[in-house]
Design a protein around this ligand. Structure first.
Ligand SMILES: C[S@@+](CC[C@H](N)C(=O)[O-])C[C@H]1O[C@@H](n2cnc3c(N)ncnc32)[C@H](O)[C@@H]1O
Length: 346
């Protein structure tokens, strides 16, 4: 890929397009099918021949086909059984079915044996409110009943992706902000926030489709022919170690009690080897004391999140059951990060 931050997609090759007879078998007529041309540059830049490319939302197998065309192994999850059949047939017609693993269901339900590690995750995510007309399935995100539920479902899937992606691998999600009636939902930006709680953001690219769409325009304001490719990496965050150590000292001096755990505690004892990516502290679950600590951090310019969601103070611990920890991040004007992960007994 050239060094542009955008990719102009002006036509789809008939060679790679989802064949009309397969499209006709889909309850949505394949209208959510992406382009192989959209995926190829990302496969080439973010993986090597022989690597495994994984798509958690395999759809019609567009990512899988792009991966196989470039000599990568392909693996994909798809919750819709009909579409699994379409992928099989599409890849077979290209004589590329070998080297592809298809898994029926949602990847967050799969263990390591069912979903072996992969080198790149490349996906077009399901949109909220798309009017799914296919078979119902419990984990079908096209059928989400609310936007919050949809974001939770995406978070669960990408949480699983994080576990399967090799260290250093890229996770690339293609997504648009969406208009539902009079309302614009910032799906791309909300997903970026979720991915930011799991991976390290590398960049975003804009994909532009100047072609005429077959669909009638539902929006008179713009033709909305662009989407984002959100590029994240599974890698350790680099934090400002001295500033983090100084913060811990200040917190202690101010009477906040906690136990320092894990890699930051080890690094303080012996500051060589891999630097820690955060400081893990354990506090007792007294809501008032926890609230005072979080409030203090917020006053010092820290952003407080729980699994990527902003945290409201005063704290109602019940709303955070099973979330295990809060994260406090402060980024200064030079880009230096101090990160505290605060866990408590539940
Ligand atoms: C945007 S489409 C992907 C299209 C695909 N990129 C292509 O061009 O061939 C999203 C797909 O995600 C599937 N899906 C929705 N929820 C899912 C889940 N929890 N796990 C796996 N697949 C899911 C939908 O059935 C749909 O086929």
């Amino acid at each position: 890929m050239a060094s542009h931050s955008w990719l102009m997609l002006d036509h789809e090759s008939p060679r790679y397009r989802l064949p009309d007879d397969l499209r006709a078998r889909d309850p949505m007529g394949g209208r959510d099918c992406g382009w192989v041309e959209q995926m190829l540059p990302f496969v080439r830049q973010f993986s090597q021949p022989g690597d495994t490319v994984f798509d958690p939302f395999a759809g019609f197998g567009t990512t899988l086909l792009a991966a196989r065309l470039e000599g990568r192994l392909a693996s994909g999850c798809e919750v819709d059984a009909g579409r699994i059949g379409l992928i099989r047939e599409r890849l077979a017609r290209h004589d590329l079915a070998q080297g592809t693993t298809l898994l029926h269901g949602s990847c967050d339900a799969l263990d390591d044996a069912a979903l072996p590690p992969f080198d790149l995750c490349l996906a077009n995510v399901p949109y909220f409110g798309c009017g799914w007309t296919g078979a119902p399935a419990a984990s079908q995100l096209y059928d989400s009943q609310s936007y919050a539920q949809h974001l939770d479902g995406l978070r669960n899937v990408f949480h699983r992706v994080r576990a399967g992606l090799r260290e250093g691998g890229a996770c690339i999600a293609m997504v648009q902000n969406i208009r539902l009636g009079d309302r614009v939902l910032p799906l791309a930006f909300d997903l970026a926030r979720i991915l930011g709680s799991l991976f390290v953001m590398e960049e975003e690219r804009v994909l532009i489709y100047p072609h005429e769409s077959d669909e009638p325009s539902t929006d008179a304001r713009t033709d909305r022919r662009h989407e984002y490719a959100l590029v994240f990496r599974k890698q350790r965050e680099r934090i400002d170690l001295q500033a983090t150590a100084a913060l811990l000292e200040t917190l202690r001096a101010q009477g906040h009690t906690f136990t320092l755990l894990g890699s930051f505690a080890r690094w303080l004892q012996a500051p060589q080897g891999t630097p820690p990516a955060d400081a893990d502290i354990r506090v007792d679950p007294d809501p008032q004391r926890l609230n005072a600590l979080l409030q203090h951090l917020r006053d010092q310019g820290f952003a407080l999140t729980s699994w990527g969601d902003p945290v409201d103070l005063s704290l109602h611990l019940d709303s955070y059951r099973n979330r295990y920890y809060f994260r406090a991040d402060r980024i200064d004007s030079k880009g230096a990060l101090v990160r505290l992960d605060i866990s408590y007994e539940q």
